[in-house]
Each structure stands twice: as C-alpha cells, then as structure tokens.
Ligand binder design. Structure first.
Ligand SMILES: NC(=O)c1ccc[n+]([C@@H]2O[C@H](COP(=O)([O-])OP(=O)(O)OC[C@H]3O[C@@H](n4cnc5c(N)ncnc54)[C@H](OP(=O)(O)O)[C@@H]3O)[C@@H](O)[C@H]2O)c1
Length: 286
C-alpha cells in the first residue's frame, strides 16, 4: 500500500512517517510511505496539490498538515482557514477525484468544553476559537466531499518532534523553581507515537467515519505538569492557576476529553493510559 503523509515535518506527521516506514516493524511490510510537507505540497493551492497527488498515486492520504498554533489563529484568521479549512477541502477533492481514501486529523477543540463527560463522536461540535472553527470547517468539507474518509479527532499531543506542553514545562522547570499551571482545563494527553500506531490500524482495518483517538484517562494541565516533574525527578513546584487568571488570545475548552470507545470496539485495540505513554516518552528523551 502506498501511503502519502502530508504535513510530514510536523510533530505528528514526522512520527507517523517514521513509524510507518520503519523496516524493523513487520506491520509495515509491503507499505511504501511518501512523506511530504509544505515545500512539496502547499495544501492551500488546490491545483498543485492535485498535480502532486495525481502523479504520486497513493492508496491512502493522511493529512497531518495544519495551522496548529491556537493563539496565532486568533489574529491570522485567513491563514488559519486557508490551511485548516480550504486546505482540508483541497485534499478531500483530490481524494474524490482519484478514488483515494483520506484520513484527516482533527481536534478536541471543535467542542466547547462544557460537557461533564468525555465527548463522543456524535456530540455536536461548537468551537469557541478560530482554530476550532477552522478545523471544524475542514472536517465538514472532508465529510461532504469524499465518502471514503476517516476523521480522527485527537488532543493534547506530545512527542519527540517539535515543541509541546511537555518540552515547555521542562524548559520552564530548568529556568525556574516553580511554574504556574491551570487547574481547570481537562483533557487527555496523547503520545504521537501511540496515535501513529492507531492511524496505521485505521488504515489496515479500513475504518470509515469519525473516531476519537487519545491516550486513555483525563487530567488537568496542572496534574499533567506535576506528572512530568515527578517522572523527570526535577524539583519544581507546580502552582495552581485558574484559566480566568491566565490571559491568552484564544479561548479554550474547559473539558475537552474525548471518549475513545468507538475506536476500541471497532478495532479491538485499546490506547494505553497517558501516564504510561508519558513515562516512555520521557525515558526515550533522556
Ligand atoms: N498539537 C496538538 O496538541 C494537537 C491537538 C489536537 C489535534 N491536533 C491536530 O493534529 C494534527 C497534527 O498537529 P501537529 O501538532 O503535528 O502540528 P504541527 O507540528 O504544527 O505540524 C503541522 C505541519 O503542517 C505543515 N503545514 C502547515 N501549513 C501547510 C500547508 N499550507 N501545506 C502543507 N503543509 C502545511 C506545517 O509546516 P510548517 O512547519 O512549514 O508550518 C507542519 O509541518 C493537526 O491536524 C492538528 O490540528 C494537534
């Protein structure tokens, strides 16, 4: 199977492309991976995107490309919609034109975060940020254009490629004896390597439709930060902070944890708890 990974220099895309092409994993036998980023395909340009994909003739396209800086999206609104909405639409259109399955990566931020329970796939999205709105528009385009799609909503990514919450905490912890972290935002930290394996499962099991995929368990950002320093052994105090006292450009959901039961029952694969995934990531990073 020929798999095209778009956004392959990003945090998820790079891990995914590496894991799908690792020859030491027998699950990859027979697969060919084409890993591309903006310099090969700019998904905001429909014609170039189409030309590249028609020539490459993949069996599956995984679109990991995004304008993912949630705060920057608030001021760079047209750029956010160009990548997250029109870009997703362009990829879906080529998928339809060439009869290729499209796996589109989306986000917990399509929800408003007011649920007391983890969100299931059929819950109504109601984004409260430009990022969330642009990602939802991308999801809707994918669903409308090409019936052969999988939308994977994920959350709170960390991994070996690019800056993320874990690397930010570690950097702050190196410079300060304490860090202040919000106690009233809940979600599910997710290791890009585990998510990459789930994407491979989605390909091999030929899934269709919307799936929520995160590591299991829910925590606050405050609990996440405490776990990071516990695992690294850094003597850093984590001080509680309320979202209302932490000014940032974008509004973010209070509880955006995702229920992954549909993925588990459909595939027979259970994602591991976020604490285990975090431990492995930190051990590997040492
Ligand atoms: N990070 C999270 O916590 C999180 C949470 C939930 C969902 N997600 C979703 O997961 C997916 C992967 O996120 P990520 O954290 O890996 O993002 P990332 O690290 O920002 O990677 C995104 C990649 O897309 C590329 N890209 C941007 N605009 C493009 C364009 N017009 N054409 C082609 N490529 C373009 C970027 O290239 P440049 O570096 O050149 O801009 C970058 O390599 C995204 O769909 C995101 O919305 C992420």
């Amino acid at each position: 199977m020929k798999i095209l990974v778009i956004g392959a220099h990003g945090m998820l895309g790079r891990d995914l492309a590496n894991r799908l092409s690792s020859l030491s994993d027998p699950k990859n036998s027979g697969n060919e991976v084409i890993a591309v980023d903006r310099e090969h395909i700019d998904i905001t340009h429909g014609e170039n995107t189409s030309k590249f994909i028609v020539q490459a003739r993949p069996d599956v396209i995984v679109n990991c490309a995004a304008f993912s800086n949630v705060d920057a999206c608030e001021t760079q609104i047209s750029e956010a919609f160009a990548v997250n909405a029109s870009g997703a639409r362009n990829v879906a259109l080529v998928g339809k034109q060439t009869g290729t399955k499209v796996i589109h990566i989306s986000t917990d931020y399509v929800f408003d975060g007011t649920n007391s329970e983890p969100y299931i796939e059929t819950d109504k999205p109601n984004p409260i940020s430009v990022y969330g709105k642009s990602k939802l528009e991308g999801e809707l385009a994918v669903q409308e254009i090409n019936g052969n799609y999988v939308i994977i909503r994920t959350a709170w990514l960390f991994g070996p490629f690019r800056k993320n919450f874990v690397t930010t905490m570690l950097e702050l912890g190196r410079k300060n004896r304490s860090v202040s972290v919000v106690t009233d935002q809940y979600g599910s930290p997710t290791y890009t390597s585990d998510l990459s394996d789930a994407i491979r499962t989605a390909i091999s099991k030929d899934l269709r439709g919307i799936y929520h995929v995160t590591n299991t368990g829910t925590c606050s950002r405050y609990e996440w930060a405490r776990k990071i320093f516990e695992l690294t052994g850094n003597q850093v105090s984590v001080l509680p902070l309320k979202t209302a006292d932490y000014k940032r450009p974008a509004r973010v959901p209070q509880n955006s944890s995702l229920d992954c039961v549909k993925y588990t029952t459909t595939t027979g694969q259970k994602m591991r708890p976020w604490q285990e995934a975090l431990r492995e990531y930190i051990l590997k990073a040492r």
